[in-house]
Design a protein around this ligand. Structure first.
Ligand code: 6PG
Length: 244
């Protein structure tokens, strides 16, 4: 069986390998004339991946078949430096030929509750349904040092079983409103990949990957796809405390 934990000597090598795989998956789907639905993570870790795709793979993928969504968004305007969509637009979408109708952003500037409802409708319109839930082809996740993923923070574990597709949460430190996918939709995906880099993440990676201490308190430890594949793409710094 393919080892679900893949360790890379640098964030660059990790991003490059993942970029190649992503482009191959999009093209494989395009060959079948089938849209490929991708959920992007926010935060800083995916920035290198987006830049690589924009700079080195812009002509390699059949972007017309790629539909991009977000796992979560900060409730700020798209041109705000905090905007997950804004970062992806600058680093990737402004550099590739993709129909704007394929970019399904969360409107961080809108009323959060209303936007969570609207975004759920948008997801239902553009994804296949399985087990009564939207089924994405690929979900890319990040991991916070506190064990959060998307914007499901410790203390919000109940959102892993929510009946809602999206909901509003608050960042526990900044108090910033967030709109986030919930757990059952994530665990209904065909493929889920954690991209994690940097020494700061070593402790939380060890706890979750090795199921140590109170790991069930960490939302990220509840990412267990129902009938999909889970992988961890980690650089050597984030993997310092785990041996594979
Ligand atoms: C967000 C995210 C969040 C992120 C982690 C890791 O909007 O902040 O989606 O879940 O993935 O906080 O963030 P870094 O990659 O910046 O460490």
């Amino acid at each position: 069986m393919d080892n679900p934990i893949k360790i890379f000597r640098s964030p660059y090598l990790l991003a490059e390998k993942f970029a190649r795989e992503l482009v191959a998956a999009i093209n494989e789907s395009a060959a079948k004339k089938r849209p490929y639905t991708i959920v992007l993570s926010g935060g800083s870790t995916p920035e290198l991946l987006f830049s690589l795709l924009g700079d080195h793979f812009s002509g390699s993928a059949d972007w017309e078949y790629a539909h991009f969504f977000w796992g979560d968004e900060r409730c700020v305007a798209a041109d705000n430096s905090e905007s997950n969509y804004g970062m992806a637009r600058r680093k990737l979408f402004d550099r590739i030929e993709i129909p704007s109708s394929n970019i399904h952003r969360i409107k961080g500037e809108a009323d959060p509750e209303a936007e969570a409802v609207r975004y759920a409708q948008e997801i239902l319109k553009f994804t296949e349904s399985e087990n009564g839930l939207p089924r994405f082809d690929l979900i890319i996740l990040g991991l916070g040092e506190d064990g959060h993923t998307v914007s499901i923070f410790p203390g919000l574990i109940d959102l892993m079983d929510s009946d809602k597709i999206c909901t509003v949460t608050r960042h526990p430190v900044s108090n910033q409103n967030r709109i986030t996918l919930t757990g059952r939709v994530i665990n209904n995906a065909c493929r889920v990949v954690f991209l994690v880099t940097g020494k700061k993440k070593a402790e939380i990676v060890e706890k979750i990957v090795r199921g140590k201490e109170n790991f069930k308190n960490f939302p990220a430890s509840h990412i267990v796809p129902v009938d999909g594949v889970l992988s961890w793409y980690i650089d050597i710094e984030a993997a310092t405390l785990i041996e594979v």
